[in-house]
Design a binder for this molecule. Structure first.
Ligand code: M6R
Length: 609
């Protein structure tokens, strides 16, 4: 959620890191700051609030510098104030640091340092780390050594970047859990917490590994391992298009990303279905392992958790393979029962979600096989899992996840049919499943065409004090995701539940004027869903039904019907119904004037537990 940027080279470093921060705005933040070297001193400009505030300070001073680091902060320890904003100095203002993540033992460190006479200007854990580094640096060691030694004294998940006035030719950075990426240039080097902040400048990147210390100089970059020995540099070329990280003509990233879904589905299948129609994945477990697995535990947060529920539906219905889905934040503390032959699947767009990483560590300790389904290449979860399948959805900038969800469910579907193929699951029509997956992109395009009907409905939904999302079977899982979208971008309270649960409590909330969004794509349970719709209608609720084009029943009860393509697998029609729900959330939010791409209180990448 916080953003890191760094630059040294011939450009105006302050302007460059400011540009980088702008590219990281989607991560969510509430203050920002820059440190740069000028006339032999480290100068810091920092402001609470949006980047425009920092921009004003920069514009007033117009500083010129060849080395700068910058940070956008999402408050954890200490409120979003100028003082708490990063960068922070050490005791003697020899060094300045910026930091993502949390230093867990900062109170203990600060107390110890205070007893030695250190004084602190902020309430942050980061300033404690700055002082620890400064203290090591007083020993006369090079900055990278001071950083390495200090890292050994810090506990927690962090990435930090340090500059020093004694060594004005370098930027030093290290990480433990939080991401850090170096961008390689000619006679200039860059640093960022996230790839989009590097794309306008360079495509050659090095992902700093946990415990490594990166030393950036104009002429090149070197890495040290946690023992201080030189480590190999493994540059990789980022394929993402710069335009792919920009809005591409849409008013918001969210709507752009919703519209990208047909392409994302195609992208997701790329290279994974061979000419004979067989599914294949590179670098995953052997057939033996896939056959041996006796249980699947899916672990994820938010939207990715909802995708996990869709995975459970498939693994159990198609393969009769017992599957549990856990919220990552609960998994670690729930003392889960994990069988030796089980597989833990971690689903994450960012690949940096702290709760999921913590759960992953638990599985590693218990020696359970792990598989990541991740969007961001080189992210922590992608690297830490035994095997990883990339969702190949491209960068998702809007805080509200849309295309990542679809890509996650498509990967889970591919995986389910792949397992059916490997395990020769009786009764599963794999070639038919593959055909439907191939048609899915066109079907998603048809679902997007519903936007014309969805937009006018947004007026009614925007006026509803509470919006219900209900459905049965896979529709019930998609209902959870539809409700999350409306809540997070349009700030409208929702009540989501399996349709059959309404009469066990939530029905009490139905009164005239409320809207219910009903997923009715599954023909096998439609009659039951229709009965639940009637219960709502009888109490004055307005019904918007999402169903398939062939359905003749739902329209007899619903006030509005949105028709989706009919897939031979009801599951895929249910998946497609998420598209009009995303569109609805978007248009309601727009109508209400909400800050769509960066909803209040939320961040794109949740790197704190
Ligand atoms: O990056 P991740 O997929 O691990 O993020 C998990 C959740 O924070 C995320 O899905 C969140 O719920 C969405 N941004 C909501 O739209």
């Amino acid at each position: 959620m916080c953003g890191i940027a760094g630059y040294l080279g011939p450009r105006n470093a302050v302007e460059t890191v400011f540009e980088q921060l702008k590219l990281l705005e989607y991560r969510g933040y509430d203050s920002a700051g820059i440190a740069f070297l000028q006339d032999g001193d480290i100068r810091i400009l920092k402001r609470a609030g949006k980047l425009t505030e920092l921009g004003k300070a920069v514009a007033e001073e117009m500083p010129e510098a060849r080395l700068a680091i910058a940070h956008s902060r999402w408050a954890t320890h200490g409120g979003p104030t100028d003082e708490n904003a990063h960068p922070h100095y050490d005791q003697f203002q020899q060094v300045a640091i910026i930091h993502n993540g949390i230093i867990e033992n900062y109170l203990e460190l600060k107390e110890r340092l205070a007893a030695e006479g250190h004084s602190f200007r902020s309430e942050t854990d980061t300033e404690g780390a700055a002082h620890v580094i400064g203290r090591e640096y007083e020993e006369g060691v090079p900055l990278e050594e001071a950083v390495r030694r200090a890292a050994g004294k810090l506990r927690g998940a962090y990435a930090f970047v340090v500059i020093s006035k004694r060594e004005p030719d370098k930027i030093v950075a290290t990480r433990n859990a939080s991401p850090l990426i170096v961008g390689l240039g000619e006679g200039e080097q860059f640093l960022a917490s996230d790839i989009p902040a590097l794309l306008p400048f360079t495509r050659r990147v090095v992902v700093v590994k946990e415990g490594e210390v990166a030393v950036l100089r104009r002429e090149g970059v070197s890495l040290l391992d946690s023992a201080g020995k030189p480590a190999p540099i493994e540059p990789m070329e980022v394929q993402w298009d710069v335009a792919a990280a920009e809005r591409g003509g849409y008013e918001h990233f969210m709507i752009k990303e919703i519209h990208e879904q047909p392409d994302v589905i195609r992208q997701c299948l790329l290279g994974r279905i061979d000419e004979a129609g067989r599914i294949r994945f590179e670098n995953i477990f052997s057939d033996y392992v896939w056959t041996e697995i006796d249980r699947i535990n899916i672990v994820a947060c938010g939207t990715a958790y909802h995708a996990g529920l869709m995975g459970k539906h498939l693994f159990e219905r198609l393969l009769r393979l017992p599957t549990d889905v856990f919220h990552s934040s609960e998994f670690r503390y729930g003392d889960p029962v994990l069988s030796e032959k089980s597989l833990a699947i971690f689903i994450s767009q960012s690949g940096e979600t702290a709760d999921s990483l913590a759960a992953l560590k638990l599985c590693q300790q218990r020696r359970i096989r792990t598989l990541g389904i991740v969007n961001v290449v080189g992210s922590s979860i992608a690297r830490e899992c035994d095997r990883t399948i990339l969702t190949q959805a491209g960068p998702e900038i809007s805080v509200a996840s849309t295309k990542a969800y679809t890509a996650q469910v498509v990967v889970l579907s591919l995986l389910a049919f792949y397992l059916a193929q490997v395990r020769e699951a009786p009764g599963v029509r794999v070639p038919e499943g593959v055909d439907e997956l191939k048609r899915l992109s066109d079907m998603a395009r048809a679902a997007l065409a519903l936007e014309e009907q969805v937009e006018p409905l947004s007026e009614k939904v925007a006026a509803s004090p509470l919006v219900f999302f209900i459905g049965r079977a896979a529709d019930a899982h998609v209902a959870l995701e539809g409700a999350l979208k409306l809540k997070e971008v349009a700030y409208i309270p929702t009540q989501e539940s399996p349709a059959g649960e309404m009469k066990h409590g939530p029905l009490a909330l139905v009164e005239s004027g409320v809207v219910a969004i009903v997923g009715a794509t599954d023909s096998k349970v439609r009659d039951k869903t229709v009965s639940n719709m009637m219960e709502i209608k009888a109490r004055g609720g307005t019904l918007i039904a999402l169903t398939t084009e062939d359905d003749e029943t739902t329209c007899q009860v619903a006030d509005h019907v949105l028709r989706l393509p009919k897939s031979r697998f009801d599951f895929f029609s249910a998946l497609l119904s998420v598209i009009p729900m995303q569109l609805l959330a978007y248009h309601v939010a727009r109508r209400r004037g909400c800050e769509i791409d960066q909803p209040r209180n939320l961040a794109k990448s949740v790197t704190v537990e």
